[in-house]
Design a protein around this ligand. Structure first.
Ligand SMILES: Nc1ncnc2c1ncn2[C@@H]1O[C@H](COP(=O)(O)OP(=O)(O)O)[C@@H](O)[C@H]1O
Ligand SMILES: Cc1ncc(COP(=O)(O)O)c(N)n1
Length: 266
């Protein structure tokens, strides 16, 4: 039996709901061996981010090298990359190691408002990382920032997806958590066709780490050899169960429930 391996390159969330912690929990639930390269340590909980400590470039490079010489990932994702130096290092290493199946979650601002990507790093993300991405999973504000379009309706969401696709991404998924529709609608663009997945919008404030968890489930699915459509469906089902069965942990924006998807199958 071969075991699929997935890598997350992201920031640590001391509160356990987002970042590296959400990614590894998701990989584990989906029976994928999880590995991590930590780009930054954040001191945060459900109330917000209290400190951001980027790692030295050398430490990030060493983590990547250790994985490359011994543990070839079947798929990988990026989350919080924080600055343009880290983005460029990760992109250069991706090219050097010829890693396939890259999911880029362009994490910019935490739900509580803290900056997880420096403003001037958006250009490096567009220029260096997006051309390497198999899947890009922006939320609506991130899609606006990357394209410069303001997104008020589905037509503008489609236009943003086309522009992101033109930056070299194979599949763009614009997530609808921040949309104003009654349902949570996620839009997939494959370079020529649009499709969407729609789920009931759950009334909850416990959505800390939803984007991380969704993109990690897609990464795990790609590591297991799923098609993009099946990976999209799994990501949507996984996050839906995780939000619906939230754990009521902490007094702010609580985390999702990473074991709910597997429990729903029993
Ligand atoms: N209240 C909700 N009910 C159901 N699904 C949601 C809800 N909020 C977010 N989602 C889903 O969670 C995933 C992450 O969405 P989003 O909140 O847009 O991303 P981010 O966490 O990056 O801001 C998407 O699949 C989205 O549709
Ligand atoms: C280390 C880290 N990475 C990412 C997020 C984004 O979280 P969300 O998915 O709630 O926007 C976060 N709050 N912290």
């Amino acid at each position: 039996m071969t075991t699929a391996k997935a890598l997350t390159i992201a920031g640590s969330d001391s509160g356990g709901g987002a970042g590296i912690q959400a990614d590894l929990k998701t990989f584990q639930e989906l029976k994928v061996y999880g590995m991590s390269v930590i780009t930054a340590i954040t001191a945060q909980n459900t109330l917000g981010v209290d400190g951001v400590y980027p790692m030295m470039l050398e430490a990030i490079e060493k983590q990547l090298e250790c994985i490359a010489v011994d543990l070839q990932p079947d798929a990988l994702k990026t989350g919080m990359l924080f600055n343009s130096e880290i983005i460029e290092l990760v992109a250069n290493k991706m090219e050097q190691y010829k890693w396939k199946n890259l999911v880029v979650d362009p994490v910019m601002i935490a739900k509580g408002g803290a900056n997880l990507l420096q403003q001037e790093a958006t250009e490096s993300m567009k220029r260096k990382l997006l051309p390497l991405a198999t899947v890009l999973t922006p939320n609506i504000p991130e899609a606006e920032e990357l394209t410069g379009i303001s997104i008020r309706n589905m037509e503008e969401r489609k236009e943003a997806a086309k522009r992101l696709s033109a930056m070299g991404v194979n599949y763009v998924i614009i997530k609808g958590g921040h949309g104003d529709e009654k349902e949570a609608v996620d839009l997939l663009f494959d370079g020529s066709h649009f499709s969407s997945l729609v789920a009931e919008r759950i009334p909850t404030k416990n959505t800390h780490g939803t984007g991380c968890t969704f993109s990690a489930a897609i990464t795990a699915a790609l590591a297991n050899g799923y098609s993009i459509n099946d990976a999209f469906q799994l990501g949507k089902d996984f996050i839906h169960q995780a939000i619906k069965n939230d754990l009521h942990i902490g007094s702010g924006h609580g985390p999702t429930n990473h074991w709910a998807y597997q429990e729903s199958k029993r």
